[in-house]
Write a new protein. Sequence first.
Length: 159
Amino acid sequence: MDWTNLASSVVIGAVAAFLAARLALGRFYKERWWEKKLAAYTTVIEAIHHMKRSIGESLDATMERREIPEAKKSKLDSRHSAGSEELERAIDIGELLFSPDAVAVLQKLRKAVGEAVNEDSYFNYLEKSWVALDANLADFKAAALSDLRLKRFRLPWTN
């Protein structure tokens, strides 16, 4: 065997191995980053869900003129507070993890919920908060799907 052929084979093999490792590592980092973004989006969606559920329970109780049992009210209030804190944290993290569209939705939600506090009655506060949470949850999900490059799966025979 010729030494030049052997040397060229070794060099080509080393370059190919280096490129393969580099591509695999790049893919690994991209997948890990995507997983972190998915987890962050999921956490915020859960936080908004808990806030919406708390407001919805209070709204239903107010409309039905009934009291929420203290244990349940305490649990709902706790989840609402935790959701609100998570929302603020997500806004502070901002575009580090979320798309600009998602951050804009979160800021819009913060503003709408803040404005609801100024309502003249508790019922109006609850109603305005619930509408803001519901609409912005849908918008945030759409921004998350777009940022994560996910498509909603629809069966051909459904709308």
